[in-house]
Design a protein around this ligand. Structure first.
Ligand code: AHR
Length: 332
């Protein structure tokens, strides 16, 4: 009889051990301590200086010292890789999922799966297009429509410094990844102001995929095709660096005193250096430091606070007037 109870107890213990083990099938279960908050984070890739700074910001805010176990994945610019990683996070039963959607559409199914599993999803940086905003808990990032408007407002305020009244201004646009918020919203903001300026002519819009190599390549092509380019509107610094190299290669110059005025986005350290050197006229900041805000929101969720659907990060505009102040503190 005694033996029968002992066997039953052993079976019960074995069952409990298996059940607990199944709760979180982490990739590195030994490293995640019981009291840690487990977060799955799948980044778009590492296409730009901005992106690397954004990854670094999330990684340093959600550190082990702060009580987080971060499972990080790099999707290498592919939506299918982001979806695969989110599914892995769901099967690992992480506590939170964070991701920056490479493009706006195509997320419904996987987010429905996360919702059914009861895992809060925090979007960062870019947004998704959906009729059902219960599919994610919150979004933390930049107001990119506003960024586009700031770019156009700079041109509006400075066109008289470089061009005659009512003179046609030929604008070539280097957009980023197609379907991405950073492309869609910045262009929407810019166009809102452009609609009041019939003298601004968009001569061509072409995607440079947010990379220096592609920015160089497409700018080279634009210079071959268009006789006159007055302004380059480049939706991130990395593409701008490539574009400036292509412009300089054909013996032209950029910036305040140059042949082509350059409007760039991100305000990375190198981007600000180009402003200081006079190669970029204006740099619209997109702030990648979202980690601390993400951590704050997670803490608020844990404490049962009301969570807003959007959290915006502060940003500035840099020209040669204020760039020297910002440069010493720019780490990325
Ligand atoms: O979504 C933010 C944009 O994506 C940044 O402007 C760009 O550099 C990055 O790749």
């Amino acid at each position: 009889m005694k033996n029968k109870w002992r066997s039953l107890l052993l079976i019960l213990l074995a069952f409990l051990l298996v059940a607990c083990g199944k709760q979180r099938q982490l990739e590195h279960p030994d490293e995640a301590e019981e009291n840690m908050t487990v977060v799955g984070f799948v980044q778009i890739g590492s296409e730009s200086l901005w992106r690397s700074a954004n990854t670094e910001s999330i990684q340093s805010a959600l550190s082990k010292e702060a009580g987080y176990f971060l499972v990080y994945k790099n999707a290498r610019q592919k939506q299918e890789n982001q979806i695969k990683a989110i599914r892995e996070f769901i099967s690992q039963r992480v506590d939170y999922i964070i991701f920056s959607p490479c493009e706006e559409t195509g997320w419904e199914n996987v987010l429905q799966e996360a919702k059914s599993a009861g895992i809060p999803v925090l979007l960062i940086d870019r947004k998704i297009e959906t009729g059902d905003d219960s599919l994610y808990t919150t979004w933390i990032g930049s107001n990119m429509v506003e960024e586009g408007k700031k770019a156009a407002q700079w041109l509006e305020q400075h066109q008289m410094d470089y061009f005659q009244e009512n003179e046609k201004i030929h604008i070539a646009v280097l957009t980023g990844t197609e379907g991405a918020t950073a492309t869609i919203d910045r262009m929407q903001g810019f166009r809102e102001i452009q609609s009041q300026h019939p003298e601004w002519e968009m001569i061509e819009e072409v995607s440079g995929d947010f990379t220096t190599a592609k920015g160089y390549e497409v700018m080279k092509q634009l210079l071959k095709v268009h006789r006159q380019i007055d302004v380059v509107l480049s939706l991130n610094d990395d593409m701008t660096f490539g574009a400036i190299s292509a412009i300089e290669e054909v013996g032209m110059t950029t910036g305040d005193e140059g042949d082509i005025k350059v409007i760039s986005f991100d305000a990375t350290r190198q981007g600000l250096e180009y402003v200081a050197e006079g190669k970029i006229n204006v740099n619209i900041e997109c702030n990648p430091n979202q980690g601390e805000e993400v951590k704050k929101v997670i803490q608020q969720i844990e404490s049962g606070f009301y969570i807003f659907k959007n959290y915006y990060i502060e940003e500035e505009v840099f020209t040669k007037e204020n760039v020297d102040e910002a440069l010493p503190n720019r780490t990325y």
